[in-house]
Write a protein that binds this ligand. Structure first.
Ligand SMILES: Nc1ncnc2c1ncn2[C@@H]1O[C@H](COP(=O)(O)OP(=O)(O)O)[C@@H](O)[C@H]1O
Ligand SMILES: [Mg+2]
Length: 357
């Protein structure tokens, strides 16, 4: 049983504030994913939890006990890094049991655990090989096994799959999911990959510039982002985000930009007009055959099988994207009409904060 609490946790490197007074409670058995762009403080947070980095201020508690001064080996944590530094001159089996030997676990017990854990991550056939003879995916499994075998209460994983190709990443992602379900331990998983976060997490913690900007279930984060930053970060293809200005029009509000003018739903009538951003996810754009006036030409058609992506040129750097059913047929240059359901619109003010209806 293990619960991790971070209280006003802070880390400065010279003038850089890597982690800015973080407050986070990770419940026992939870799969939590820290996600955010490179440099936002994910690794530093994880290394402080693990004990490899001393906080500048603040507290780390494990099950209610302050562990700031505890050595990494006394924290009952297992850490898996992005680079899976295996001992090159030891075979796979010896790599895996290394931690057990350090703990003076008896030979028989070592063997028993070695075989259990090898079955769990499906590497029993590799035990006599040398690390140099193993593929990237196999090495990552071995690194996992090496951590699992010591049976820590918490697992800390720092971009463990980022060096692998897309297919292998998906495969091992499913493996992580399965391990979590089987072991029922606490997992703290760090990634810059929004898709990995969405598929793995019980709860996502979105970080930017050393701070938590939003926490919630994957679906909460996707459907109810608190800011432009979060809206832009999650989703592939990303949300269409159009810079423009909100104007008062009679009782209502009208959004105008170089590429789109949109009547904002009446529920926003009390908002403050001014510069801002209009957002709509590609899957929420309704595409219909052109009735003349509001028509725009399809720039590019990208069939993906189940879905088709339609791209529209705008004055923005990113094209506007709509997702339509793969069975519908469209061609480049064809004029169509785009409409946006009221309930799927996202509005952001000039600071990037979400405007609520
Ligand atoms: N040992 C260090 N010395 C100086 N600056 C560091 C050190 N480690 C990290 N940083 C800085 O702290 C910030 C957060 O880094 P990091 O936690 O590695 O981010 P992430 O893992 O999210 O990419 C970055 O600006 C990084 O340059
Ligand atoms: Mg990192």
């Amino acid at each position: 049983m293990s619960r991790i609490e971070l209280k006003d946790l802070r880390k400065e490197f010279g003038n850089t504030v890597a982690v800015n007074d973080l407050n986070l409670t990770i419940e026992d058995g939870e799969f939590i994913v820290l996600v955010g762009p490179s440099g936002c403080g994910k690794t530093t947070t994880l290394r402080m939890i693990a004990g490899f980095e001393d906080p500048t201020s603040g507290q780390i508690e494990l099950d209610g006990k302050i562990v700031n001064d505890l050595e990494p080996r006394d924290r009952d944590l297992g850490m898996v890094f992005q680079s899976h530094a295996l001992f090159p001159h030891k075979n796979v089996a010896d790599n895996i049991v290394f931690g057990l030997r350090m703990q003076n676990v008896g030979k028989e017990e070592q063997l028993k655990k070695l075989h259990e854990v090898s079955e769990l991550v499906r590497i029993s056939h590799l035990l006599t090989k040398m690390p140099g003879q193993c593929s990237g995916g196999e090495s990552q499994r071995i690194a996992l096994a090496r951590t699992l075998v010591t049976e820590p209460s918490n697992f800390l994983l720092d971009e463990p799959l980022s060096s692998l190709d897309a297919k292998l990443r998906r495969e091992l992602r499913a493996e992580c999911d399965r391990l979590h379900a089987e072991l029922q331990k606490t997992f703290v998983y760090v990634t810059h990959d929004q898709e990995e976060a969405m598929t793995l997490a019980d709860r996502i913690v979105v970080m930017d510039l050393g701070e938590i900007v939003q926490m919630g279930s994957p679906i909460d984060i996707y459907s109810d982002p608190v800011s432009y930053f979060v809206a832009d970060f999650f989703g592939n293809p990303a949300m269409n985000l159009i810079e423009g200005e909100f104007f008062k029009e009679g009782d209502g509000i009208e959004f105008r930009s170089d590429s789109f003018n949109v009547s904002v739903p009446a529920s926003y009538n009390n908002m403050t007009p001014g510069k801002g951003t209009f957002g709509i996810r590609p899957e929420n754009v309704n595409v219909s055959s052109s009735k003349g006036d509001g028509s725009r030409k399809i720039g590019l058609v990208e069939p993906l099988g189940k879905d088709t992506l339609l791209y529209f040129e705008t004055t923005a750097t990113r094209p506007f994207v709509a997702i339509v059913d793969g069975t519908e047929s469209y061609s480049a240059g064809e004029p169509v009409e785009l409409t946006f359901p009221d309930e799927n619109m996202f509005l952001f003010d000039s600071n990037g904060d979400r405007i609520r209806s």
